[in-house]
Design a protein around this ligand. Structure first.
Ligand SMILES: C[S@@+](CC[C@H](N)C(=O)[O-])C[C@H]1O[C@@H](n2cnc3c(N)ncnc32)[C@H](O)[C@@H]1O
Length: 275
């Protein structure tokens, strides 16, 4: 059975209609110690020459492709996302600024691509494979469009990433008598992803970041929690939600009072694969 969290229609409507939710969560990267940009790190690992044809799956806001073009990447750049609201601003930017060669942003499913076999040198997928209804089917499709010497970068989180945050999410579920959403990346994590990738690809490199999220006030965690509100089932009433959030806020404030800061684990990374 396809769960809500791998159901493209549900996700586009309740989570990724536009980039708001993603940005509330991504803001937590600013509180990571040491600081890291997984996209920059991943692109460095790929040692791009500038002419590669690149396809980004689940491209979200399209920032990676925009940055590549800004850095003078000359090859074809294509971004696909099931929710066109995610890349709407990037698409507009490309049009209005006459970016050339243009970046192609397309609405579509990442497991049924309309490109001929061996179309791309590089495939990028940052934090999206775990949303695909069939992970293995998706990987077979990615292999099809990848050139024989091509490479693919797949980024995801560790199952240990932000342990406390996920515990808070469960607690909110209990307090609001609502089912809390699972840790999205549990379907394809740094720990269980390798085996899944190896059914279609050879893993040639990998990178794991281990750090900490350090907060001096609770708001960034409360904002990130807000980003999941619509995917609790049923969606809690405002009153129940606010009451539960107050409990979480109190727990974070208590830790800050005792230690001077609140700390959670940060663990994320990527795999680089060839055919
Ligand atoms: C966690 S976000 C990551 C976005 C972007 N890669 C990033 O790292 O900022 C997951 C993205 O995958 C997209 N997505 C989910 N299911 C998809 C599918 N079946 N096909 C294509 N994109 C999908 C979502 O719309 C969303 O933009």
């Amino acid at each position: 059975m396809v769960s809500n969290y791998s159901n493209p229609e549900y996700l586009s409507k309740n989570q990724y209609e536009d980039p708001t939710n993603l940005n509330l969560r991504r803001a937590l990267f600013d509180f990571s110690v040491p600081k890291v940009s997984i996209t920059d790190k991943g692109l460095n690992y790929l040692k791009l020459k500038g002419k590669e044809n690149i396809l980004e799956l689940g491209c979200g806001e399209g920032k990676v492709l925009l940055a590549l073009r800004r850095n003078n990447h000359k090859g074809r750049l294509v971004g696909i996302d099931v929710s066109k609201g995610m890349f709407a601003n990037a698409k507009k930017f490309v049009r209005e600024h006459g970016i050339k060669p243009k970046i192609e942003f397309m609405e579509g499913m990442a497991d049924s691509l309309e490109f001929p076999d061996s179309s791309f040198d590089i495939l990028l997928s940052f934090y999206m494979l775990y949303h695909m209804p069939g992970i293995q089917k998706t990987l077979v499709e990615w292999k099809r469009v990848l050139k024989p010497n091509g490479r693919i970068l797949v980024a995801t989180n560790s199952s240990e990433n932000r342990e406390k945050f996920h515990r808070f999410k469960k607690l909110i579920g209990k307090l609001t008598r609502s089912q809390s959403p699972p840790n999205f990346s549990s379907r394809f994590s740094l720990e269980n992803g390798q085996k899944k990738l190896e059914k279609s690809f050879k893993i040639i490199d990998s990178f794991t970041y281990e750090g900490r999220v350090i907060l001096h006030e609770p708001q960034p965690y409360l904002n990130a929690m807000e980003s999941y509100r619509q995917v609790f089932n049923p969606v809690p009433s405002t009153k129940a939600w606010e009451k539960a959030i107050t409990v979480i806020k109190g727990m974070i404030e208590k830790e800050i009072k005792i230690k001077g800061y609140f700390v959670d684990k940060a663990k994320t990374g990527f795999f680089i694969c060839s055919k």
